[in-house]
Design a binder for this molecule. Structure first.
Ligand code: FMN
Length: 375
């Protein structure tokens, strides 16, 4: 199927002319009757009522045209691609390559180089190497507001999530303040849920922000002071060890409505000659089918922690969702919401497939306490 983002074109061309494939069609799939699904009544995302807690995470939806197409195709929770407080260029072309993993991208497998090229095949795994480009807020704020307005209401309630991240430069205090400013700019668009990306592997930094618990705690506290009751979702990478994850969740849960996990897994990508597949970028993030195991594992660990620590955050399961059965597996693992980036790019009918699937179990039972902690 023709993907919604064309890997043969530059990011700028995709931004200007996309989406492509079925997302470009004006004819959207008929929605199967809700009665077959057992879902719809009472579904919510970060406290906001939605028809289904299924959608597309930060990345594939470059602007409001992509978001509107995704909503029209039944992805009820859509995350606008991560924005910054100032214009930021995209990494050089190419930005999306097929990655040939043949199985799970385990930590051991990720230590050896992976072949990457333009032969996209199933099960789909790709690398995305954008470097989190952003328009200036003067451009993305009105566009994000248009994306907010594209969400369905009533029986087809949908929600736009505004994703943002801080930009380094000017020292620690400036970096932290930049997060707060970004959150304010996103809140001004009318987005009802915010998401802060703490897990971008494509920025050339040695350690991801989400592994610096003390710093993240300060940043989240400052963001919450700024945005008040607006729900905040935190985007995480896979944590290598349980102790680190427990420390992180304990320190940050008072500020968050939910944790979205996982982002991509970094790996060295080479072409058929052994040269870097992405010139100038030896390591790049891998997503799609090969990382499903890791997203499911993080979901289970976050669910176990939620129960053990008697917390009530939501879990947004992300990573390798390419089929209805993957969505069900995430729900079984404890996810309250499930999202697909790579899978939805190559199958824009995934939400409609899910809605039409017979006999889906109700949402995963929550073992946590009933009363949310003070935010
Ligand atoms: C084209 C593309 C762009 C992405 N850009 C972002 C981004 O801007 N911010 C972010 O938090 N994650 C970004 N991601 C990561 C996804 O949100 C998701 O965490 C990851 O791709 C794993 O999900 P998947 O296996 O369904 O692709 C991007 C992913 C893709 C495929």
């Amino acid at each position: 199927m023709e993907p919604s983002y064309d890997p043969a074109l530059t990011y700028e061309q995709n931004y200007a002319d996309g989406p492509f494939g079925a997302f470009a069609d004006s004819v959207v799939p008929a929605q199967a009757p809700r009665a077959t699904t057992g879902e719809g009544d009472g579904a919510s995302f970060a406290g906001v009522p939605v028809r289904s807690a299924f959608g597309i995470p930060a990345g594939p939806l470059l602007n409001s045209r992509y978001v509107a197409a995704a909503f029209a195709h039944g992805f009820d929770v859509c995350v606008y691609k991560t924005v910054r407080t100032r214009a930021h260029p995209c990494n050089p072309f190419p930005n999306v390559l097929a990655v040939h993993v043949y199985g799970d991208l385990t930590p051991e497998r990720a230590r050896r180089p992976l072949l990457a090229d333009d032969r996209f095949e199933e099960p789909i795994s790709i690398s995305n190497s954008f470097g989190v480009p952003s328009r200036d807020p003067d451009v993305w704020q009105p566009d994000m507001a248009a994306a907010v307005a594209a969400a369905g209401t009533g029986g087809t309630a949908q929600v736009l999530v505004g994703s943002f991240q801080g930009t380094r430069g000017g020292g620690d205090a400036a970096f932290e303040a930049d997060h707060v400013f970004a959150a304010r700019l996103v809140a001004e668009t009318g987005a009802r849920v915010l998401e802060v990306n703490l897990s971008c592997p494509n920025e050339g930094v040695a350690a991801l922000l989400c592994f610096d618990t003390a710093r993240v705690q300060r940043i989240l506290g400052a963001i919450k002071d700024e945005i008040g009751d607006l729900p905040l979702v935190v985007k995480l990478a896979r944590f290598p060890d349980d102790a680190g994850l427990r420390e992180f969740v304990t320190a940050t849960a008072p500020f968050v409505a939910g944790y979205a996990a996982i982002n991509t897994i970094p790996a060295t990508l080479i072409d058929a000659t052994g040269a870097p597949a992405l010139p100038g970028r030896e390591v790049s993030g891998v997503c799609g089918a090969a990382i499903r195991w890791a997203g499911l594992e993080m979901t289970r660990r976050l669910a176990a922690l939620r129960s053990r620590l008697e917390l009530s955050y939501e879990i947004v399961g992300v990573g390798g969702v390419t089929a209805v059965s993957d969505v069900l597996a995430y729900r079984e693992a404890g996810a309250d919401a499930v999202m697909s980036a790579t899978g939805a790019m190559w199958n824009p009918h995934l939400a409609a497939d899910l809605r039409a699937a017979p006999g889906r179990p109700a949402r995963a039972h929550r073992a946590g306490v009933e009363t949310p902690p003070a935010r």
